[in-house]
Design a protein around this ligand. Structure first.
Ligand SMILES: [Mg+2]
Length: 295
């Protein structure tokens, strides 16, 4: 870990030496870039290259809320064409939190923050995530739902300023952790005293290499969503994360043999018997005459 930070700092020093920064804002931008580098994800990358199924989620839905998705929509074309071959124009999907609790041994749910519950680096609940978060709260209760973010609650959030603001705005706890996902298990287990085994946790997030790998490494049930925001709403997203996320999703869901092979090797969850035996996705296809109600 120390060597990793030293490596990143070395890059900073070299780039700084050869770049004519003159303003304080430029220096701040560089420091922010170094801070935002996820050392734990980089050190776990070798494991994921050897075992890519570590990044394969148990469940994938468009957003945390039930949401209607145009089949030809830019984000969902590859997703739906690969996994919902019989759908018509629109697909409405929800995570069945009750089945998670009653049939999968899950006792608590953790949500990623950026592009899962909020717009990137914003602290208010995004309107499109409201229904999904409430559904989880209704089933699991406020004390068993929390945010595990790689921005708020980490060392990038000095004084836990963002964390406190988010806790007030969303009404759920933000877990403090030093190691970014896929690290941070110790702090998670300390946060949920009623959890005796990580398989009793569900991790929901938009990133395969952080949220899903974190959950799968520790035997949790993992739910992957596509990023909540796009266009102007997504302007504050981390530039590197934005590119990496596209590559992750293309590799996992793209129409090529490697993606299908990785999906076939998805690690089994200790208590979940699979989507056929225990459906965790509530979905229905909508026809044209229903579209007026949902747009
Ligand atoms: Mg995210």
């Amino acid at each position: 870990m120390y060597l990793g930070k030293l490596f990143i700092y070395s890059i900073f020093v070299v780039v700084r030496a050869f770049t004519p920064f003159s303003s304080a804002s430029s220096n701040t931008a560089m420091i922010t870039m170094v801070q935002s580098v996820n050392i734990k994800a980089l050190t776990t990358l070798a494991s994921v290259i050897r075992r890519p199924y570590l990044a394969s989620p148990h469940v994938f839905v468009p957003t945390v809320s039930g949401e209607s998705v145009r089949q030809s929509g830019q984000h969902f074309h590859f997703f739906i064409s690969t996994h919902f071959t019989a759908c018509n124009l629109f697909m409405n999907t929800d995570v069945n939190y009750q089945a998670l609790r009653d049939h999968c041994g899950v006792k608590a749910v953790m949500f990623d923050k950026d592009n899962t519950l909020t717009a990137p680096y914003e602290n208010d609940l995004h309107p499109r995530a409201r229904v999904g978060l409430q559904a989880a709260l209704d089933v699991f209760g406020r004390e068993n739902v929390a945010i595990l973010s790689n921005s708020a609650g980490t060392d990038d959030d000095p004084g836990f300023v963002d964390g406190k603001e988010i806790e007030e705005a969303l009404g759920i706890a933000v877990i403090k952790h030093s190691d970014k996902k896929p690290g941070g298990l110790d702090e998670v287990m300390q946060h949920f005293p009623n959890i005796s085994d990580p398989s009793q946790l569900c991790m929901v997030g938009d990133r395969l290499l952080t949220d899903v790998v974190f959950g799968n490494l520790h035997g949790m049930l993992t739910v992957h969503i596509l990023p909540l925001c796009s266009g102007k709403e997504n302007r504050r997203d981390n530039k590197v994360a934005k590119v990496v996320r596209i590559i992750e999703n293309k590799i996992m869901y793209g129409s090529w043999w490697g993606g299908r092979k990785i999906r076939q090797l998805t690690l089994p969850h200790k208590s979940w018997r699979g989507e056929d035996e225990c459906p965790l996705i509530i979905s229905k296809t909508m026809q044209n005459d229903e579209l007026g109600e949902i747009q």
